[in-house]
Design a protein around this ligand. Structure first.
Ligand code: DAT
Ligand code: MG
Length: 148
């Protein structure tokens, strides 16, 4: 069973899309094992996006992610990392396929609504950074009808 880390970015929260986006994950069968609204500090933003430090868009990215509350969550399920990345779509919403979250709700790369872990190592690191050990291991009554 795999876990992925997701952020509903400030534009998703401001636009009232928390429910619609979380509902997509639930409907797909993914299980939420952590979820919290966070006003991201400059320090947390820089740690989360450390890999992008020095790039021309870095300062704008930090400004955007700290500009208003976000919702951070961890979802669990078979192949969760790739499943979520596919649901999210490409980095640039204007080029993202219809049916993806960015392709359905966004237009610009600096307002692309959502972050999702891009691999197993980043997922582990991001979950540790944002939630530490604060995940809920729970039995969902539908688990046997979603997981073989
Ligand atoms: P993703 O969020 O699809 O994993 P990424 O990890 O390459 O994309 O970049 C992190 C975020 O940085 C991305 O969601 C939006 C921003 N970003 C990336 N490339 C950019 C660019 N060329 N211009 C402006 N913002 C960019
Ligand atoms: Mg990324």
């Amino acid at each position: 069973m795999e876990r992925s880390f997701v952020i509903l970015k400030p534009d998703a929260v401001q636009r009232g899309l928390i429910g619609e986006i979380v509902a997509r994950f639930e409907r797909h069968g993914l299980k939420i094992v952590a979820m919290q609204m966070v006003q991201v500090s400059d320090d947390l933003a820089r740690r989360h996006y450390a890999v992008h430090e020095g790039k021309p868009f870095f300062d704008g990215l930090i400004q955007y992610i700290t500009s208003a509350p976000v919702v951070a969550l961890v979802v669990e399920g078979t192949g969760a990392i790739a499943v979520v990345r596919n649901m999210v779509g490409g980095t640039r919403p204007g080029d993202s396929a219809p049916g993806t979250i960015r392709g359905d709700y966004g237009l610009e790369v600096g307002r692309n609504l959502i972050h999702a872990s891009d691999g197993p190592e980043t997922a582990v690191a991001e979950i540790a950074l944002w939630f530490g050990e604060d995940l809920i291991e729970w039995q969902r009554c539908t688990d046997p009808w979603i997981f073989e």
